[in-house]
Design a protein around this ligand. Structure first.
Ligand SMILES: C[S@@+](CC[C@H](N)C(=O)[O-])C[C@H]1O[C@@H](n2cnc3c(N)ncnc32)[C@H](O)[C@@H]1O
Length: 283
């Protein structure tokens, strides 16, 4: 279990600066669940069909952080549980959720490896993991997922690559900062290879594995917003903890950016998303 997301201040920054997910991702996931449910034998198809409001019965968002992705499931799922091992993240997720459909969304502080203790076998239509699978003990987590997913249920692993910029000078500065700050990070290769290694591991456990790389998000932000986003990275939090009182590497980067960009000018950045699906067998 990661101890990197426990600080209250980190969770607050996380809620404020982490990007929201494009709705197209959830449409793609919903279609995948529709397809796999359509292939079920008739009895099971009836059992696991959508309810009268057109929603699936139950989904988990594991490693939900401050709940941005959890809430995106409200349209397509009746009952949603956001689960995270950090109390501070769960606290912020509850604030993010406010009283939005409080009866349909709950947040739980729990380890990803304990989902089969918290939920019954074959009881979950969808397990979502957004930008968090690199922190888990994957082989064991995938086995946990197989226990609680219903037949034809879907595990959707969503990730996004490192940001890049339209402006060449900014992009170069950004690359330099990222290369330096992630040089010792164990998660860099998982993100750079767009979950290629994760897929291999998933194939050892799930009978059917697929991927979708069609979504790219364009985001406009000021220098402050972008630096705010970088301040949520776990490698920077570790740096801050282990190098007091620092030369603050992020502050140095901000000053370099500000020399190239006037005060409130907008930076145009892009993220590539990748979605990896594990689909449970149909009986
Ligand atoms: C990079 S954040 C992603 C949060 C959110 N899903 C998002 O997309 O913004 C990773 C999250 O995984 C959580 N996490 C790490 N290891 C975990 C584990 N073993 N069980 C549950 N949550 C875990 C962390 O506390 C953190 O909130």
């Amino acid at each position: 279990m990661s101890d990197l997301f426990l600080e209250a201040e980190h969770a607050e920054l996380y809620r404020k600066y982490r990007p929201r997910y494009p709705k197209e991702i959830f449409e793609i996931i919903d279609r995948k669940l529709t397809e796999s449910t359509a292939k079920l034998p008739d009895g099971l198809k009836e059992k696991y069909k959508r309810n009268r409001e057109g929603r699936w019965k139950r989904a988990l968002d594991v490693g939900c952080g401050t709940g941005q992705a959890t809430l995106m499931l409200l349209d397509s799922v009746q009952e949603i549980v956001g689960l995270d091992s950090s109390d501070s993240q769960i606290h912020q997720a509850k604030i993010e959720c406010g009283d939005k459909d409080a009866s349909r969304v709950t947040f739980l502080c729990e380890d990803a490896l304990k989902i089969s203790e918290a939920f019954e076998e074959d009881s979950i239509d969808l397990i979502l993991v957004c930008q968090a699978i690199h922190w888990f003990d994957r082989a064991n987590f995938f086995r946990e997922c197989l226990k609680v997913l219903r037949p034809g249920g879907v595990l959707a692993l969503v990730g996004y690559g490192l940001p890049f910029f339209n402006d060449e000078v900014i992009d170069k500065l950004n690359r330099e900062y990222i290369d330096e700050s992630l040089k010792d990070s164990p998660i860099r290769s998982t993100i750079d290879d767009k979950y290629a290694e994760v897929i291999k591991e998933l194939r050892c456990v799930f009978p059917c594995v697929e991927r979708d790389d069609s979504i790219v998000q364009n985001l406009d932000s000021t220098v402050d917003e972008y630096v705010g986003y970088l301040s949520t990275w776990s490698n920077y939090r570790t740096y801050k903890r282990t190098n007091p009182p620092y030369p603050d590497v992020l502050e140095v980067f901000r000053q370099k950016l500000q020399k190239c960009v006037p005060g409130d000018a907008i930076l145009k950045r892009k993220f590539d998303f990748f979605i990896v699906f594990g689909i449970k067998s149909l009986k």
